[in-house]
Ligand binder design. Sequence first.
Ligand SMILES: [Zn+2]
Ligand SMILES: [Zn+2]
Length: 268
Amino acid sequence: MIISDCHNHTGISSDSDTPMSDMIRSAIKKNIQIMCITEHMDFDFPKNYEYDFVFDPCEYFRQLEANSQKFAGDIKLLKGVELGLKENIACKCNTLLNDYKWDFIIGSIHLVDDIDPYYDEYWKLYGLDGAIKRYFETMYNNINEYHDFDALGHLDYVLRYAPGITKDIDISHSYELIDEILKFIIKKDIALEVNTSGYKTFLHNPNPSPAIIKRYRELGGKLITIGSDAHSPEYIGFHFEDVKKLLNSLGIHEYAIFENRKPDLREL
Ligand SMILES: [Zn+2]
Ligand SMILES: [Zn+2]
């Protein structure tokens, strides 16, 4: 059973307008016992987009503390952040991590060459295969430059936005790069996040896809974290039963919840 949701956002994140307390109430209703709220912090996000994806950590900790008291006995709240990785932000990341006491840090790639793959311009610029490959190249470079995080978020996130592709898209052109990424996180004891928001898309799978999770296992990876990436209450714990079945079918019977930046393994 999955008793925690370790990737979700509230109104503190630029792209959610749900009050933190509403997200927590939804988690309690869905029998989530431990919730790690991981707001977006994408330092130096380009200014030409709708959101800036940075938040005030003081306000986050103030709300989290107030809600921890309010819902004490019903749910345990952990302190997290989803760091958007890109070049030349290591100093800012280090400051954020040193200045506050976090339980769990997710490292995610949301930008490639300062373009968000969510938008068509990205796909027009690189073409389908080139755009996918460029995403993994960027991920590999970014995590080599900065890797003080606990889980690598939604590894094949780019596929969510590929125009006109089907679930069976061939990404064999990127297998070598993906292997290098997986080997790197295994070597650094960084967990692979299994993010269930992919079930919302035509992929109808978590991110990363089962083939990549399987490959992670083959390469010796053992640390998995699970999160919904919910930005609104209905998506807390989204498809957790399905992802449990999927992971079990891949021979995975444990997942990790990070507290004080240390993994606590739970039965899956
Ligand atoms: Zn993300
Ligand atoms: Zn997220």
